[in-house]
Design a protein around this ligand. Structure first.
Ligand code: DAK
Length: 260
């Protein structure tokens, strides 16, 4: 598959997707969004891949936001098409049936912060910076930042960041729960790989059901969420991997999961 703004790489059971426009700090134009959509759809459907990592090329940025130069002259209809493209791409990341880890070095601003929030887990380098600076441009976040940020960090802190447009460092992002882990400068991809390989060794269907249970369950009340979990638990009992996992434990050996 041909890509211009994105690079894809496979390392064992891990697929790495890199936004590759370092001269524009990996800002998202329509072509990049469309290529990310294709890359996540293709790697999401590849059964050999158990975990995906999303990162940005160069040392300065994960993604510095939507491409302001490309957005400036959009008419309302083109802006709507751009919004749909972006929303569809983030929905694809969220729905892909395997974990997606964002490995963040440098700026994750605006659409870049929203992209990171659509991933399941965020690992940041100490030099990473986060923010929703859209109010500086006279707009509000358009890739669901007003929805995902409060769900991750709570209403009060989300409003502070949205209203002020402040840019925060990796330590504060960690303290408020925006990122899972902060690592030495430049080690974000390595650390994401380590976590990806650990997850790739687990029962892939069980991991997939965990992602589905958390994502869907959070849209439900507690009773329905628990009922949904019970349904997925029942389905897990129909898998070969469940039988293998339990037998391996009782036989004191490592399980060999088949994704079946
Ligand atoms: N778009 C386009 N180009 C960008 C960019 C961006 N977001 N961010 C940086 N660049 C470009 C710069 O123009 C510069 O290009 P050249 O001048 O070299 O050609 C190059 O990258 C290097 O940037 P700087 O020279 O500015 O580097 P500095 O280290 O001085 O500053 C910075 C780094 C990240 C603080 C600064 O570049 C900056 O403030 N960038 C803008 C950050 C920002 O405001 N991001 C939010 C963008 S708004 C929507 C959905 C989503 C969105 C909107 C609508 N719909 C549903 C319709 C999302 C909106 C956003 O993300």
């Amino acid at each position: 598959m041909e890509y211009t703004n994105v690079m894809v790489e496979v390392r064992g059971a891990v697929g790495i997707i890199t936004v590759n426009r370092p001269k524009a700090l990996n800002a998202l134009n329509a072509e990049t969004i469309e290529e990310l959509q294709r890359a996540f759809t293709a790697m999401g459907a590849d059964e050999a891949l158990k975990v995906l990592i999303l990162t940005g090329a160069g040392e300065k940025a994960f993604v510095a936001g939507a491409d302001i130069a490309a957005m400036r002259d959009l008419d309302p209809l083109a802006a709507r098409a751009f919004a749909y493209k972006g929303q569809q791409m983030l929905a694809t990341i969220e729905a892909v049936a395997k974990p997606v880890i964002a490995a963040i070095g440098g700026f994750a601003l605006g659409g870049g912060c929203e992209l990171a929030m659509a991933c399941d887990i965020r690992i940041a380098s100490e030099n990473a910076k986060f923010g929703q600076p859209e109010v500086n441009l006279g707009v509000l976040p358009g890739f669901a930042g007003t929805q995902r940020l409060p769900r991750l960090v709570g209403k009060g802190i989300a409003k502070e960041l949205l209203f002020t447009g402040d840019i925060i460092d990796a330590q504060r992002a960690h303290a408020i729960g925006l990122v899972n882990k902060v690592v030495e400068p430049g080690k974000h991809l390595e650390s994401a790989m380590e976590m990806a390989e650990k997850i790739a060794g687990k029962g892939p269907l069980a991991v997939r059901f965990c992602k589905e249970a958390v994502n869907r369950g959070l849209e439900m009340d507690m009773d329905r969420g628990c009922a949904y979990e019970a349904e997925l638990f029942a389905i897990a009992f129909a898998t070969l991997d469940r039988a293998e996992g339990m037998s391996a434990f009782l036989e004191k050996r490592k399980p060999v999961f088949q994704n079946k």
